[in-house]
Design a protein around this ligand. Structure first.
Ligand code: SF4
Length: 300
């Protein structure tokens, strides 16, 4: 992805993660309550959210951190926490404007659910695109299987994802579209994961974040895992499926991530005893062993 950023904005840019105070239709009861079973429920409480409500202060703090640590000069505003299009177009505009007005911000990334986007919001986001900016929307597709989506209380179906992708291509053609997939969701077999990968490839995102399902403290999934009704994915299974994913995605799709969270203190399982870098190394080795490469099994 750093190559995509460099190509677009002409140099390295660091993502500053922001909590703009959004909630999620899966939390506030408009679609469901309790959130997705893998989502960290402790942070649902506003009192426990760490984010500073003042967006520009968050942005400046994040930029200072990267300037001091990495000599960074340019930044992307990353609207990551919860559902970052879940509000009126007017409020979204105010928040996005606030970040994009900073002279060192060369783009933004907006994470959202596919059922929380529409023409007006996409037209707004398209309005921020420019030759030398990277403006990205990230949809949580997670799986193409509606029975899994029901099992994890996702409260939207795959038709929502297909519709959201079509809307993005139509009303935000210059926006970089990223999809997220989760490997190892409850009840899913490796074959089901490969079906979701093929469907994701058919949707041809500009980039992909491929995560493994991890069990986080204080989630429904953690309770299921403790009771033994959910088993976290094995490392070898994840490595094999990540290699399958690379083979099946279009060669033009940038791969932003091949493994989910592993080292944060709240992660209970899996405990693979390896760093993200080591796991990516294993995935690369697996492709070498197979003699394959990204896109070699993409249907087109
Ligand atoms: S849609 Fe995202 S923010 Fe909302 S409950 Fe699910 S994982 Fe959490």
């Amino acid at each position: 992805m750093s190559a995509v950023i460099k190509r677009k904005v002409g140099r390295a840019a660091y993502k500053v993660t922001l909590d703009a105070g959004f909630t999620c239709p899966n939390i506030d009861g408009s679609k469901a309550t309790g959130g997705c079973t893998f989502c960290d429920n402790t942070s649902f409480s506003p009192a426990l959210r760490k984010g500073d409500p003042e967006l520009s202060r968050q942005l400046n703090d994040g930029m200072r951190f990267y300037r001091e640590k990495f000599n960074a000069t340019k930044f992307l505003a990353y609207f990551q926490t919860y559902t970052n299009t879940y509000d009126s177009v007017e409020r979204l505009k105010k928040l996005y404007d606030e970040c994009m007005a900073h002279p060192d911000v060369v783009g933004m990334s907006i994470g959202t659910r596919p059922d929380c986007i529409d023409e007006a919001k996409l037209r707004l986001i398209q309005g921020y695109t420019r030759e030398d900016r990277l403006v990205c929307v990230e949809y949580g597709m997670q799986t193409m299987h509606d029975q899994t989506a029901r099992l994890v209380n996702r409260a939207h179906d795959h038709a929502d994802t297909v519709r959201a992708v079509e809307l993005a291509r139509r009303f935000a053609p210059d926006v970089h579209l990223c999809l997220h997939l989760i490997c190892g969701l409850p009840g899913e077999t490796p074959e089901m994961v490969r079906q979701s990968i093929d469907e994701c490839a058919r949707l041809k995102p500009d980039s992909l974040k491929f995560h493994h399902c991890y069990v986080y403290e204080n989630t429904q999934l953690a309770r299921d895992w403790r009771e033994g009704s959910y088993a976290a994915p094995e490392l070898a299974t994840h490595v094999g499926l990540a290699a399958d994913c690379l083979e099946r995605m279009p060669p033009t799709t940038a791969i932003q991530r091949l493994v989910g969270e592993i080292s944060s203190p709240g992660v209970l399982a899996p405990q693979w005893g390896k760093s993200k870098l080591q796991i990516v190394g294993l995935i690369t080795d697996e492709l070498k062993r197979r003699g394959t490469y990204q896109g070699c099994r993409y249907g087109g």
